[in-house]
Every structure is written in structure tokens, then in C-alpha cells.
Design a protein around this ligand. Structure first.
Ligand code: ADP
Ligand code: MG
Length: 283
């Protein structure tokens, strides 16, 4: 299959943070990473993508957000955003599906739900590269990329395949998660991808009486951000409706826009878009 890159490094600058250039089909590409699995990275990516779509449509722009699920081992984005089916093929390119105003592409659309994918060594990178380079996104304001957990070769090569404008690190507050998140952040710094900030997830649980319980400790996100010289983008509480949204394909920001946790996602969406737009206008 011929490879037709969406954004070749030559067209948009090296993978070390492509910016500027109003002719780019994808204005900004941002990786959502974590280091550790199970911290809510995919949940965060899905809600953030929908929140960005809401923020952009409030500004009069519709259908300009893309979400690329690169978790080849456990693609959970299709279930979480409620996008199902086989993508259409146009020439050599895959056409993304659409859900809640977000264009979605996932390895989950291409493999059978019941067949575990066994990836070996070099095959992994070659397949991922071909996969990410052959999606026909059309014009996008922003593409979010849900990376697989970890900081190994697969993540590093992926980061080098897609020219990125920034990375957001998702972590829960406890040291067992923040220590691995730090490693993930350092990987991006090593390849000159700017850190846009830390998003803390499962920061607290609000019981029915209104009392806050910091189940996974407190301050981990802020400390991690400070030690990396970046900002804490926001704190997402542990909310049963967020879990339910992930299992029914209607993310919380779509089903309950007024929920305080939805507001957190929208604020983070606005901050990231603002930061990226400001960078472009000053570079
Ligand atoms: N803030 C939250 N409140 C409640 N449940 C959450 C929250 N964040 C994530 N979850 C749930 O935790 C589980 C793991 O989240 P997931 O996004 O798959 O993690 P990761 O992508 O980091 O492996 C999912 O079942 C998800 O619904
Ligand atoms: Mg995930």
C-alpha cells in the first residue's frame, strides 16, 4: 500500500513541534499521553475532543476536531465515543467515522473485537506508521492522539512519525502514577515536543453529602507540573457518570454539559486551544 502522509515532516517541519503555516490541513496535532495505563487517558481524550468541538462550534467552527486512537493493544475510543463500523476506503486512504462532532479513527475499527492482535517487534511500528499516515482527515483545527500507555519504542517512534505541536500528560494524583507520568513527559521533552501541561484525573470523589474524598492522595498533579516546569491544566474529579459515559458511548461533556466535571474539560479545552493559537501568532 502506498504511503500518503497527511503531514510529511518535509511539509510541516520536523517532528520536533511543527507550527505555523496557514496552508496546513491539520492546524495542530496534540498527543495525549500518560506513562501509566488505567489513569483515564482515553476517557480524558474523548471528553476533551468533544469539549473542543463544543468550544469551536461556539466560535462558529463545526466538525474541526479529530481523534486518533493509537492504542493498538486496547483501543477503547470507539466504545467510549460511540463510533462503530468500518471506515470507508478512498484510494489508499481511510475515511474517519464521526461522533458527537468529532472525526474518529481507531485501530479498533479495523480489527475484530474478539481477536486479540499479537504484535511483534518491527511489525508494530510499520503498521502504526502506515495506519496513522493514511487517514484522510480533511481540514482540522486540531487532532488529538490517544497514545498507548508506556514510554517504549512504539511511543517514541509514533511521536517521531507525527509532527506534534504539543503533548498533554494525564495522571492520577498518587506517586505510583506521577512518577511514570514524569517519564512520559521527559520523553516528549527529549524529542522537543512542547509540554502543554498536566491534567490530573480522579482528583477526588464527592460523596452524596457533598464531602470531598481524595482517594488517590492530593497535589500529585500540581507537584508533577511544577517539577517539569509546566502548568496544571485542571483537575477532573472521579464521577460515576464519567465511567458510565465511557461505557455507553456518550461522553459526560455531551450528556451533561452542566456537570462541574464537564466544565473542567471545557476549561482545559479552551486553555489548550488558546495556548496553541497564541504560539502560532507569536512564532
Ligand atoms: N474521572 C473519572 N471518573 C470516573 N471514572 C473514570 C474517570 N476517568 C476514567 N474513568 C474510568 O476508569 C477506567 C479507565 O479509564 P481509561 O480512560 O480506559 O484509562 P487509560 O486510557 O488511561 O488506560 C474506565 O472504565 C473509565 O470509565
Ligand atoms: Mg486507554
Amino acid at each position: 500500500m502506498a504511503v500518503q502522509p497527511v503531514r510529511t515532516p518535509a511539509a510541516s517541519g520536523p517532528a520536533t513541534g511543527g507550527t505555523g503555516g496557514s496552508t496546513k490541513a491539520i492546524r495542530f496535532a496534540v498527543a495525549i499521553a500518560s506513562g501509566k495505563g488505567g489513569v483515564g487517558k482515553s476517557t480524558f481524550a474523548v471528553n476533551l475532543a468533544c469539549a473542543m468541538s463544543q468550544v469551536l462550534s461556539a466560535q462558529g467552527r463545526v466538525g474541526k476536531v479529530g481523534l486518533l486512537d493509537c492504542d493498538i493493544y486496547g483501543p477503547s475510543v470507539p466504545l467510549m465515543i460511540g463510533a462503530h463500523g468500518r471506515p470507508e476506503v478512498e484510494g489508499e486512504s481511510l475515511i474517519p467515522l464521526e461522533a458527537h462532532g468529532v472525526k474518529v479513527m481507531s485501530m479498533g475499527f479495523l480489527v475484530d473485537d474478539n481477536t486479540p492482535v499479537v504484535w511483534r517487534g518491527p511489525m508494530i511500528m510499520k503498521t502504526i506508521q502506515q495506519f496513522v499516515q493514511n487517514v484522510k482527515w480533511g481540514e482540522l483545527d486540531i487532532l488529538l492522539i490517544d497514545l498507548p500507555p508506556g514510554t517504549g519504542d512504539a511511543q517514541l517512534s509514533l511521536v517521531q512519525t507525527l509532527p506534534l505541536d504539543g503533548a498533554v500528560i494525564v495522571t492520577t494524583p498518587q506517586p505510583a502514577a506521577t512518577q511514570v507520568a514524569r517519564k512520559g513527559a521527559l520523553m516528549f521533552q527529549k524529542v522537543n515536543v512542547p509540554l502543554l501541561g498536566i491534567a490530573e484525573n480522579m482528583s477526588w470523589f464527592l460523596d452524596p453529602s457533598g464531602e470531598k474524598h481524595a482517594l488517590f492522595g492530593e497535589g500529585g498533579g500540581a507537584r508533577t507540573a511544577e517539577s517539569l516546569g509546566t502548568v496544571l491544566l485542571g483537575q477532573v474529579p472521579l464521577v460515576p457518570e464519567i465511567r458510565a459515559g465511557g461505557d455507553t458511548g456518550v461522553p459526560l461533556v455531551v450528556s451533561s454539559a452542566q456537570n462541574p466535571a464537564s466544565e473542567v474539560f471545557r476549561n482545559i479545552a479552551e486553555t489548550i486551544l488558546h495556548t496553541l493559537q497564541k504560539k502560532t501568532s507569536t512564532s
